[in-house]
Design a protein around this ligand. Structure first.
Ligand code: TYD
Length: 138
C-alpha cells in the first residue's frame, strides 16, 4: 500500500473565484483541533524531520508548492503538493520531511490534536526503534 494518500478537495468555485471547505469528521477521519501554516520558508530550508506518536494531519499547499517525503520505517516516498485542492493525509507514526519550498508556498496543516511536544519523535533512529517495538508487541 502506498504511503501517499492524497485526497481531492472539492472547490465550490463560481465566476467570483474558488472556495474550498474542509469539515472535521466529515471530510476527514478526525476532528480538527489545530490549524497552522508555514510561509516565507527559505528555498534552501527543509522542515519536518519528525514523526508523531498519535497526531494525524492533512497538509495542503494553499499557495505555491513543496515536496513531502513520507517514511514508515520500511519505505520512503515523495510527493509534490502544488494545488489548493489536494490534501496529503499523514497518519501517526510516519516520518515526514518537507523540501523544495517555492517562495510563494503557504503550507496549511489541519491537525487532530493540540500542540504537544511529547507527541513528537524527532530523531530518526528513535523512530525506527519505536516502529520495530510496535511490530514486536503486535
Ligand atoms: P517544528 O515542529 O519544529 O516545525 P517543523 O516541523 O516545520 O520543523 O515547530 C517549530 C516551532 O514551533 C517549535 O518551537 C514548536 C512550535 N510549534 C508550536 O508552538 N505550535 C505548533 O502547532 C507547531 C506546529 C509548532
Amino acid at each position: 500500500m502506498s504511503l501517499i494518500n492524497v485526497i481531492d478537495l472539492k472547490s465550490l468555485g463560481d465566476e467570483r473565484g474558488e472556495l474550498v471547505s474542509i469539515e472535521g469528521s466529515v471530510d476527514l477521519s478526525f476532528e480538527i483541533k489545530r490549524v497552522y501554516f508555514l510561509y516565507n520558508t527559505s528555498s534552501n530550508c527543509a522542515r519536518g524531520f519528525h514523526a508523531h506518536k498519535n497526531l494525524k494531519q492533512l497538509a495542503i499547499c494553499v499557495s505555491g508548492q513543496c515536496d513531502f517525503i513520507l517514511d514508515d520505517g520500511n519505505s520512503r516516498e515523495t510527493v509534490k503538493l502544488s494545488s489548493p485542492t489536494k490534501g496529503l493525509l499523514i497518519d501517526n507514526m510516519i516520518w515526514r520531511e518537507m523540501h523544495n519550498f517555492s517562495h510563494d508556498c503557504v503550507l496549511m496543516v489541519l491537525a487532530s490534536e493540540l500542540y504537544n511536544e511529547s507527541d513528537y519523535i524527532r530523531d530518526y533512529s528513535g523512530f525506527l526503534n519505536s516502529k520495530s517495538c510496535n511490530k514486536e508487541t503486535k
